[in-house]
Design a protein around this ligand. Structure first.
Ligand SMILES: Cc1cc2nc3c(=O)[nH]c(=O)nc-3n(C[C@H](O)[C@H](O)[C@H](O)COP(=O)(O)OP(=O)(O)OC[C@H]3O[C@@H](n4cnc5c(N)ncnc54)[C@H](O)[C@@H]3O)c2cc1C
Length: 364
């Protein structure tokens, strides 16, 4: 089967879904391809900062997300070996210190709004496997597998919004520099005990970093830093002493942790890295979000940067189309400004990683 569209977006994470919605709103025909059977299946970052919150408010999407459920963080705490050292509260100009939005709420709102538009089409269970080039070397379509059958989507603009291990980036042969940050993360989710405050608790436990993020709908996300690449070795160790460290530091979580985290299998490993691509735009292919610039989880910027990319690109793509810029040269010209901002955020993440321990010793 062959389908034609103005813009083909690969990946329905926050970046791809928002861009698809914004383009469809401008009457640009767009097909959004997602390899999973549901848009909300993948496990991703869920904290909105001011950039993400501002974009959702500007687009009128925030109240709809709020109706489904979100949680405003009221305090950030610093703990060392079971002792509370410091608490930070919003200042008079803030009503939160970050907002937890379950990924399925965010994506549901964006995709539901997009589905109301005739120029939007979502294809689930559709995995992009390759790109198609014309004789001049310009990318002009993708090959995908849907329910085991090959599908061709022809499009003058292909957006790689397919995350940190982007197929589009690989197939377009865009060089990428990957940076290892020295740590990986173990993630687990547990129900919050009664009376647990909406907080982010940063803890130093025997020198290693552990964070407890309160989530909407009564959950706590545990993020435990481990040395990069050490998980295969760690998994060979007995599990009990490892989890006991968490319980010793937060005894009020003892019952719930014992019930919900019983073996290494109850943790998900996030292989932490960041990347910078040589270019984000090449011959009819454009990358955004983690595909263009994978972020580490530090400071919870990745989701917000992906939303920011989509918001900006929707305007730039519309401009190219109305100006008759059929090769989307305008996107190449616009890249340096956004790239400078993203590189600043990535540098900030590195600074935050280096100075993490100092946060436990002084009020900032
Ligand atoms: C386990 C984990 C925890 C994280 N925690 C945080 C956090 O706490 N805070 C934070 O800010 N950031 C966090 N991040 C990073 C954050 O989730 C990303 O920066 C953000 O999701 C990037 O959005 P995106 O739209 O660019 O890509 P993604 O959200 O990665 O979405 C990419 C989409 O593309 C789809 N896809 C991939 N390949 C194909 C293909 N070939 N064909 C079709 N579809 C495809 C995927 O299924 C996915 O839906 C985390 C990431 C992971 C993996």
């Amino acid at each position: 089967m062959v389908i034609k569209t103005d813009v083909c977006i690969v990946g329905s994470g926050p970046g791809g879904a928002l861009l698809a919605y914004l383009l469809a709103k401008q009457n640009i025909s767009v097909i959004l391809l997602e390899r999973n059977r549901e848009v909300a299946r993948e496990f991703r970052g869920e904290f909105l900062n001011e950039e993400g919150e501002g974009i959702l408010k500007k687009l009128g999407l925030f109240p709809k997300v709020e109706d489904l459920g979100l949680l405003r963080i009221e305090q950030i705490e610093y703990w060392q070996d079971g002792q509370l050292l410091k608490e930070i509260f919003p200042d008079v100009y803030q009503d939160n210190l970050g907002i937890h939005v379950p990924q399925n709420h965010l994506l549901k709102v964006i995709v539901d709004e997009a589905q109301k538009l005739d120029s939007f089409q979502l294809m689930l269970n559709t995995r992009v496997t390759d790109l198609i080039q014309d004789e001049a070397g310009q990318f002009c379509g993708v090959k995908a597998l849907k329910d085991g059958s090959e599908l061709i989507i022809q499009s003058p603009l292909i957006i790689g919004a397919d995350g940190r291990f982007s197929t589009v980036r690989k197939k377009a042969k865009i060089p990428v520099a990957v940076k290892n940050h020295g740590y990986d993360l173990l993630w687990a989710k547990i129900p919050a005990p009664y009376g647990w405050k909406p907080s982010i608790k940063n803890a130093l436990v025997n020198g290693s970093q552990l964070t407890l993020f309160t989530q909407a709908k009564g959950f706590i996300q545990i993020g435990w830093n481990i040395e990069h690449g050490s998980y295969p070795q760690l998994r060979k160790q007995p599990f009990e002493p490892f989890i006991e460290k968490l319980i010793r530091n937060f005894p009020e979580l003892g019952n719930v942790v014992r019930e919900h985290i019983q073996s290494w299998q109850d943790f998900i490993l996030l292989d932490v890295h960041s990347c910078q691509c040589e270019t984000w735009a090449k011959d009819g292919v454009l990358l955004l979000g983690d595909a263009a610039h994978t972020m580490t989880p530090t400071g919870a910027f990745g989701l917000n940067c992906a939303l920011g990319d989509a918001d900006l690109l929707a305007q730039q793509i519309h401009h190219c189309i109305t100006e008759g810029d059929t090769k989307f040269i305008g996107l190449v010209r616009a890249e340096p400004k956004r790239r400078a901002y993203i590189e600043k955020v990535q540098a900030l993440q590195v600074d935050m990683e280096k100075s993490y321990e100092s946060l436990f010793t002084a009020y900032v």
